[in-house]
Design a protein around this ligand. Structure first.
Ligand code: HEC
Ligand code: HEC
Length: 339
């Protein structure tokens, strides 16, 4: 009798189990929106105009990442903004393991693990799967400008180009190019976590046309179709901070390195430089108590104002993007590092 060592038999068995589950290997890469449409949901208004001359996904990707692109005539356009690119404030990767809740702590840990920055804007990954923009309190910041942008992704991009990025308006072919690119970073079936039962329902809906509505509901329950936004205030007393919260300096270090240093050291988006020197932490500590933008409490909750004549400014963090606990964690890290 041929003897097969036990561990080889086990590996062989696991391989067999693996191949059995791979009946539909392409399902994972499927686009969530396309699947939803197959299951009977309405088409998305966010699809690009595919016949507009001059628009390509490559141009869109360049604008998002480097701020401009050569058009089809080969000539480079003027940079969209002197101060920023879209990726200054938005990740283009998935930022969170769960896309149906906004949990700033989960987002901090997830982005830190993936080596991504922790920034003020929502990720552009999956943005074409959303139906409304500048939600919640953003109306307070941008007033009437939000009306046009709330249910229109083209206007939302344009608002961001001019107001958030402090740059020139985008041409139509540039916006359509950006949309083409954004549809390459839309949500895929593999981005969600499922129970086996849910997976079975989705599979039989896709491949056998059964229980389509139920499958669509499951998919829609896995992600938010809008990013909620709540503006909150810094603590009343900057010196005392939030006295009911105990800060965790280790967590604060993640925020300092992946948010503050991303803009204030690595990318030099600001004249204001931050680094890991004790002197810097001592200055942050001293300024913490000042009731204006020199205090990190103040800038994180109110941002800085873009000046007339278009200067760089710092967007604030909403409650969904940074919690008060995290603000206190940052404080704890600054105080500890200033010692
Ligand atoms: C200086 C920072 C900054 C820059 C640069 C920037 N954005 Fe934004 N953007 C924001 C913030 C903050 C919001 C607020 C809403 C959110 O993202 O949750 C926002 C919102 C958006 C929204 C609506 C998102 C939503 O769910 O409400 C879109 C779309 C968008 N930006 C696209 C872009 C594109 C495309 C560029 C580059 C041309 C860009 N942004 C550049 C900060 C920025
Ligand atoms: C998306 C980029 C970005 C992020 C993230 C960011 N900042 Fe800023 N910050 C800026 C810009 C731009 C300015 C405006 C200053 C300028 O005009 O150069 C600014 C201004 C400031 C100021 C005001 C400086 C002054 O004296 O006027 C402080 C303080 C500050 N940031 C601290 C922080 C801290 C602390 C963090 C981390 C929680 C942080 N920033 C995260 C971009 C950013």
């Amino acid at each position: 009798m041929i003897k097969i060592p036990f561990f080889i038999a086990i590996i062989g068995f696991m391989y067999w189990v693996g191949t059995q589950n791979n009946e539909h290997p392409n399902m994972e890469e499927m686009q969530v929106q396309k699947v939803l449409e197959e299951l009977g949901e309405a088409s998305s208004p966010n699809y690009p105009d595919m016949v507009l001359p001059g628009a390509t996904a490559e141009i869109g990707e360049n604008i998002v990442k480097i701020g401009n692109s050569a058009g089809l005539d080969g000539n480079f356009t003027r940079r969209q903004s002197k101060h920023f690119v879209c990726t200054s404030c938005h990740n283009i990767e998935k930022e969170s393991a769960y896309l149906n809740v906004e949990d700033p702590q989960e987002r901090l840990e997830y982005t830190a693990e993936k080596g991504l920055p922790f920034v003020q804007g929502s990720p552009l990954y999956g943005i074409v799967n959303r139906v409304s923009f500048y939600n919640g309190d953003y109306e307070k910041k941008y007033g009437d400008l939000v009306d046009k942008a709330r249910n229109n992704i083209r206007e939302a991009i344009q608002l961001c180009a001019v107001e958030c990025s402090q740059g020139r308006p985008l041409k139509n072919w540039e916006i359509e190019s950006i949309l083409m690119y954004l549809w390459s970073i839309d949500l895929k079936i593999k981005d969600f976590n499922y129970t086996q039962e849910e997976l079975d329902i989705i599979e039989s809906a896709i491949y056998e046309g059964q229980q389509k509505e139920k499958a669509a509901d499951i998919l829609k329950s896995k992600y938010l179709d809008h990013a909620p936004a709540t503006f909150i205030n810094p603590p009343e007393n900057y010196k005392a901070g939030f006295t009911d919260i105990t800060g965790n300096p280790e967590n604060g270090k993640l925020i300092y390195e992946n948010a503050c240093l991303y803009c204030h050291m690595e990318n030099d988006y600001s004249f204001y430089e931050l680094d890991n020197d004790k002197i810097t932490f001592r200055q942050l500590k001293r300024r913490m108590k000042i009731y204006d933008q020199r205090s990190f409490y103040h800038v994180n909750r109110y941002g800085t104002k873009p000046m007339a004549g278009k200067k760089a400014y710092m967007p604030h963090f909403t409650e969904e993007k940074m919690s008060n606990q995290q603000l206190e964690d940052l404080r704890a890290y600054i105080l500890e590092s200033a010692k």
